[in-house]
Design a protein around this ligand. Structure first.
Ligand code: SAH
Length: 396
């Protein structure tokens, strides 16, 4: 096996079970490993530290897999890891009201670069690292044996693959049959039509499952504004909990079309719901001009800070967005505000909200903190895996 020797002092993170070795930490490489090949990582003295995937194209030169020198990473090892991840979702699988969730979440499940989501009878697979690509056949076979899905299809994100020097995957069906244009899934008893086969990258955001349920508990009898609604995760739950009115804003026409379908398949009252296809920032200003006010506002924007370098700009964008929303709340109204930027932690996010409140001339009480659900675990040795956070704020 080829050996990657680390620079002096760079063994610390590896010993703490962090799964990444950055290229800058590498002192020397013995041999010429291919991308995706399993190599041994040693400290500067040549002492064994771990086994991992090598990749010379990526900023992460080695993705670590196993810290026990006696364990061989073979077909059985891969099958064991997949089984463990799937078994950890047993309780979710037993829930009759939910049949969409994440089965395998990359590093968080000790499988760097593999993401598997369930959509009712279908599985979607993302392979984002060269090491994972080499084991595709075993992965497919194990998933088929464990879950017997009607079909497994490829939804690997091309830009993530390109960071590893992988070409865009061909997409399409990997095993079984192709899903229909819309697959109907269930989450906490709410139905969603999900377009999983088409080019649209994101089929459904299952990481907000618990948060949708919790926010909706505060929606009864309320006038609700759901910003960045996508296919209606928060809107539908609010309708289910008998909100008096729900307005959904998103810039994407296909997202709103799917939301319309979703209201129909759930038999929710169409008259209570309004769609607005618009930029949220513009729409919030328009509401101020028209004097519209709401009891509960949800802000679930896309990732504003893709990396640490974007932190300042992103913080200002989050602040402005939240300030605008606060100005539209009735006295004592609720703001459920989220960030899925890994670079912004919960403390920073609280500071941003505090800053927005000051600027808006409001007083905010944090009454709940949102996080990721159990199928998006956060490994104690991998804080980078924590990306989704949110705050429920009472604004007066
Ligand atoms: N809340 C949703 C997920 C939101 S994903 C759910 O529960 O499923 C983010 C959404 O923001 C996408 O649907 C995207 O179309 C929309 N979006 C991105 N930028 C926007 C903007 N400036 N104005 C309005 N919508 C925007």
């Amino acid at each position: 096996m080829h050996v990657v020797r680390l620079k002096k002092g760079k063994e610390k993170a590896v010993k703490q079970l962090h799964p990444w070795v950055f290229s800058g930490a590498v002192e020397s490489i013995k041999g010429k490993p291919e991308n995706g090949e399993i190599i041994t990582v040693t400290d500067n003295q040549g002492e064994f530290l771990a086994y991992g995937f090598f990749n010379d194209q990526s900023r992460v030169a080695v993705r670590l897999l196993e810290w026990d020198q006696q364990v061989e990473i073979n077909e059985q090892w891969w099958r064991m890891r997949i089984r463990k991840a799937v078994n950890a979702r047993k309780e979710l699988m037993a829930d009759e009201n939910t049949n969409t969730y994440r089965l395998i979440f990359s590093e968080a499940d000790f499988l760097p670069g593999l993401i598997v989501d369930r959509f009712a009878d279908y599985l979607s697979l993302q392979i984002l690292t060269s090491g994972m690509e080499r084991n595709k056949e075993i992965i497919l076979d194990e998933l088929q044996q464990l879950l017997n899905p009607a079909g497994i299809f490829d939804r690997s994100d091309a830009s993530a693959r390109s960071h590893e020097g992988l070409e865009a995957s061909s997409g399409g069906v990997l095993s079984g049959i192709a899903p229909p244009e819309f697959v109907t899934v269930k989450e906490n008893g709410v139905l969603y039509d999900v377009n999983i086969s088409s080019g649209q990258k994101s089929g459904f955001y299952c990481d907000q499952r618990e948060n949708r349920r919790i926010v909706a508990e505060h929606a009864r009898g309320k006038k609700v504004l759901d910003c960045f609604s996508y296919s209606g995760g928060f809107s539908l739950n609010a309708l289910k909990q008998n909100a008096s009115e729900v307005t959904s804003v998103d810039s994407s026409a296909p997202a709103l079309e799917t939301l319309a379908r979703n209201i129909e398949i759930n038999h929710f009252q169409q008259a209570k719901h309004t769609f607005i296809q618009s930029d949220v920032n513009k729409q919030l200003r328009a509401f101020r001009e028209s004097g519209d006010k709401f009891d509960l506002i949800i802000l679930d924007p896309p990732k504003y800070a893709p990396s640490r370098s974007a932190l300042n700009k992103a913080s200002r964008a989050y602040k402005d967005l939240n300030r605008q929303a606060m100005l539209l709340l009735e006295e004592g109204g609720l703001l459920a505000t989220f960030s899925c930027s890994g670079a912004i932690d919960i403390l920073t996010f609280k500071q941003i909200i505090a800053w927005a409140a000051l600027d808006a001339g409001k007083e905010v009480q944090f009454i709940y903190q949102f996080s990721q659900p159990e199928d998006h675990p956060i490994r104690s040795s991998f804080p980078e895996g924590e990306y989704l956070k949110g705050l429920l704020c009472r604004v007066s």
